[in-house]
Design a protein around this ligand. Structure first.
Ligand code: ADP
Ligand code: MG
Length: 578
């Protein structure tokens, strides 16, 4: 193997040449010896200073990195550590001087984690090594190689970044301990939910509100009200490091969150929605933990829907169009919400989170007066209020519903939580008493709730086509909520449990992998495809679904992968079965 000195010599040699001369170092490895040593892998070199930056990796051997054994003795701990190191690496990239040049010249960067702790390829800790993946804008003057600047970047700056961010002795041991212990505790809480038959726990002392709609950091200041559980719903779960965590236990079943406007209902539901992920120390939601398979449901008018049986919610449409195999290019509020529920259950959701702020009113409720005015046979919608009990009782799917506007829901609720100036109160008994006293006069609009009676939906392979023009695979993400997939654009704007573009990249890679490997074969159902992707990642890691050892992939749930498939406008299902 060549040394970093050889690399610097090579870079001096190509100084002033055309930019493509940098390609000489692509695919090579260089050894930096010494007690802060590493191996640099140059995986990809950009062809142009204005193109996407070059991708590289450093691997620091375990003995050199010097982390004590306890930091990665479980997967939970390891992911906590990796997330911490990825942030430290990002911070160190910022501190090295930016060398001038054109395009993206002179910059180091990596996939910096935000508030959520999700497994990423940015930093991976294994038994042998700590590996950090990053990008570099190799410096240029116009379109000429700035060899000396590049030699300084890779030969001087990079060893400094490594020494500052990947070696235990250079880092804050207390912060590392906190990062791994908090993550381990959060995973333990999630594991403890099922045993106590809970959908979620909201730890006492948690800070739920965020700085703004576009800033996920915690709100700060005197007006912030820390979370305080009502005694009747307080639960305690033992965790390995902190000992015990107490907080509001949201039970399995049908839960309502009620309360006046601006009293913190949506803030609580949003925290639950994000609680499917762990959070970093200092976030305020470290102990707000939701079941893995809780899925946020909303109305999403305009989305496409392919071959979904929405008949449990929406019967025959005007004109006699059936809804057992429903497709549309442009769903309405209610049909989109119905499709979102059915698809979530198809991907394995065991709890649905719904906020009235973004739900379709006619999907949620029809009151007595409306029942009288609009005859049953003129209304295709069976409102969710008549579906939520059978969903729970027959299919084991719980619900957490923010409902400030309809007391009719008291009849179907198991638990009613009222937010009052950001403080939750258990008002179940009061709500039940009111329900007993004042009947709604509603007629229940029940038809049998059969879900998935047609069996799994089977995507037609050629309808999931990553090709565009002469390129067999032309797929990339454009934001956390946009995948450009072949000639299609997948809009994930309503899929709010995607938290980073790195997850979206993972989903895009998974689709390309599943298509390329013949997993999407016209025989497997959507559920079986999701299983196959999960199995592949479990077996071979994210490199098993994405070529080129990318540093910008993060773990995603099967629900969001399904959401991307389901929103592909070219999607078609295999017809004529059963
Ligand atoms: P609702 O859904 O009940 O109308 P929101 O959840 O949207 O209310 O909250 C209203 C406002 O109160 C938001 O601006 C939010 O940031 C703020 N807020 C929510 N919870 C808290 C809290 N615990 N402490 C301080 N402010 C909060
Ligand atoms: Mg609200």
């Amino acid at each position: 193997m060549d040394s970093m000195d050889d690399l610097q010599q090579d870079l001096y040699r190509i100084d002033g040449k055309g930019y493509r001369a940098y390609k000489d170092i692509q695919g090579r490895r260089y050894l930096e010896p010494g007690d802060a040593g590493f191996v640099l892998h140059v995986d990809y070199v950009q062809g142009d200073p204005f193109a996407g930056p070059s991708r590289m990796r450093v691997r620091v051997e375990t003995g050199v990195a010097g982390f004590p054994e306890w930091v990665s003795s479980s997967k939970s701990r390891r992911v906590g550590l990796e997330t911490y190191l990825a942030k430290e690496f990002a911070a160190a990239c910022q501190t090295v001087s930016t060398r001038a040049g054109s395009g993206k010249s002179g910059k180091f960067g990596n996939d910096r984690p935000g508030q959520e702790v999700v497994e990423r390829t940015a930093v991976m800790v294994t038994e042998d090594a700590v590996e950090a993946r990053f990008f570099v804008g190799l410096p240029a003057q116009g379109r000429r190689v700035l060899g000396r600047a590049a030699a300084a970047m890779l030969g001087e700056d990079l060893p400094r970044i490594v020494a500052e961010s990947l070696l235990y002795r250079a880092l804050n041991g207390d912060q590392i301990r906190e990062a791994v212990e908090v993550n381990e505790d959060a995973d333990a809480l999630r594991a403890g939910l099922a045993e106590q038959k809970l959908v979620a726990i909201v730890g006492d002392g948690a800070v739920l509100p965020r700085r703004s709609g576009i800033d996920q950091r915690p709100m700060s200041g005197e007006e912030v009200r820390a979370f305080e559980s009502p005694e009747s719903l307080r639960v305690t779960i033992s965790v390995p490091n902190r000992g015990k965590v107490s907080g509001l236990g949201i039970p399995e079943g049908v839960n309502l969150i009620v309360g006046g406007g601006f009293h913190g209902k949506s803030t609580l539901l949003n925290a639950l929605e994000r609680g499917v992920y762990n959070h970093c120390p200092g976030d305020g939601r470290e102990f707000v933990v939701t079941r893995q398979d809780a899925v946020k449901i909303r109305a999403e008018d305009g989305r496409s829907v392919t071959g979904v049986d929405i008949s449990p919610f929406i019967g025959t449409l005007p004109g006699g169009k059936g809804t057992e195999n429903f497709s549309t290019e442009n769903a309405s509020g209610s049909t989109s919400q119905a499709a979102n529920v059915v698809e979530a259950i198809e991907s394995g959701a065991d709890a649905l989170l719904i906020d009235e702020d973004i739900a379709a009113t006619n999907f949620m409720i029809r009151d007595r007066r409306m029942q009288e005015l609009v005859a049953r046979d003129k209304e295709p919608i069976t409102p969710f209020i008549d579906r939520v009990r059978p969903l729970r009782d027959e299919h084991g799917v719980s619900a957490v519903l923010v409902i400030g506007g309809s007391g009719d829901y008291f009849d179907v609720a198991d638990t009613v939580i009222m937010m009052e100036e950001y403080v939750p109160r258990d008002v179940t008994a009061e709500a039940k008493a009111i329900a007993a006293e004042r009947e709604t006069g509603r007629e229940e609009e029940i038809r049998a709730l059969e879900l998935g009676k047609r069996g799994g939906r089977i995507p037609l392979p050629r309808s999931i086509d990553p090709a565009r023009g002469r390129k067999e695979v032309n797929v990339k993400t454009r934001a956390v909520d946009v995948i450009s997939f072949g000639e299609e654009t997948i809009d994930l704007g309503a899929v709010s449990q995607l938290v980073t573009e790195s997850q979206t990249r993972g989903i895009a890679s998974a689709l390309v992998w599943a298509r390329g490997r013949g997993i999407i074969d016209g025989k497997r159902s959507v559920g079986e495809i999701l299983d196959a992707v999960e199995e592949q990642i479990a077996r071979e890691g994210f490199d098993g679904i994405a070529g080129g050892r990318p540093g910008g992939i993060a773990a995603f749930r099967r629900h969001e992968l399904a959401a991307a498939v389901n929103r592909l406008r070219s999607l078609r299902m295999v017809e004529g079965r059963g």
